[in-house]
Design a protein around this ligand. Structure first.
Ligand SMILES: Nc1ncnc2c1ncn2[C@@H]1O[C@H](COP(=O)(O)OP(=O)(O)OP(=O)(O)O)[C@@H](O)[C@H]1O
Ligand SMILES: [Mg+2]
Length: 254
């Protein structure tokens, strides 16, 4: 069935699918007799920078993948801008994985390829790719083979590549998990700049310091459920769930 949401026409003239708000309702995933997501209700609205926190194995990555429609839930629904996501138009959604997946070509060709997939006409791809690299501070690496870049450089390139398509929403799954402190801060700056530029950001991390630096809103995932959700100030200063209190204080979770 074709989705009925208003298409938004990009600068390239191609219809692009609006994504926000993303609504997950009653999301459940079971594998091998285990409940991995357990009736999650979540809404991502335009604006705030949402950080999804929680301990290892809580279900953060799965939840992000389900919201991006990379993994279908066993129960529950995901809607984008009020309708079921279809495959007929390029979604205005960027996804950055914990381990960047680079094509075996130059940095700028990785960005060009993403623009091609997003339906940007050939004539515009060179300019848009070069601009995106400048904005991300990576233009000096444009001609380097993407796979020989350092981990931090590849991750920054992954974000540049996602942003080049001008997404409405950017989902990032622990993009700094393997990076040194300066690469981590560079990525946080890049993400904050994108957010200031109008991109809605959902950032998964279990790093408390990073969450405090970035979050407007926190969703805390524990045992496949959202144990707590609210403004970052309240989450860090007066968490209401025992699980979140234990996590913030570095205690073993219940
Ligand atoms: N395809 C799968 N089949 C079976 N179990 C899975 C599958 N994918 C994830 N899991 C399990 O689901 C649970 C949640 O996984 P998920 O990757 O979402 O955790 P996470 O919160 O992202 O953890 P981390 O902080 O370590 O990245 C884990 O126990 C994991 O082993
Ligand atoms: Mg994960």
């Amino acid at each position: 069935m074709r989705p009925t949401a208003d298409p938004e026409t990009g600068a390239d003239g191609r219809a692009q699918r609006r994504v926000l708000p993303i609504r997950g309702a009653g999301l459940a995933i079971r594998r091998a007799g285990r409940v991995l997501l357990d009736g999650v209700d979540i809404e991502i609205v335009p604006g705030p920078l949402t950080v999804i926190m929680g301990p290892n194995g809580a279900g953060k990555s799965l939840l992000l993948r389900v919201l991006a429609t990379l993994v279908p839930p066993d129960a529950g629904t995901v809607t984008w801008a009020g309708t079921t996501p279809g495959r007929d138009r390029a979604p205005r959604l960027g996804f950055v994985f914990q381990k960047p997946v680079m094509l075996r070509r130059s940095a700028i060709d990785n960005v060009r390829y993403a623009l091609k997939v997003a339906g940007v006409p050939r004539a515009e791809r060179d300019r848009r790719a070069a601009e995106a690299l400048v904005e991300g501070g990576l233009s000096r690496l444009a001609g380097s083979p993407a796979r020989v870049l350092s981990g931090g450089e590849q991750q920054r390139l992954a974000i540049v590549r996602a942003l080049a398509t001008r997404p409405e929403v950017l989902l990032l799954d622990e993009p700094t998990a393997n990076l040194d402190p300066s690469a981590t801060l560079a990525i946080e700056t890049q993400v904050r700049d994108a957010h200031r530029g109008g991109t809605t950001v959902v950032f998964v991390t279990h790093d408390l310091g990073q969450a405090r630096r970035l979050a407007d809103e926190v969703a805390f995932v524990h045992h496949g459920r959202i144990a707590e959700r609210g403004p970052a100030d309240r989450f860090f200063n007066a968490p209401s769930s025992e699980a979140a209190r234990a996590f913030i204080e570095g205690r073993l979770l219940p």
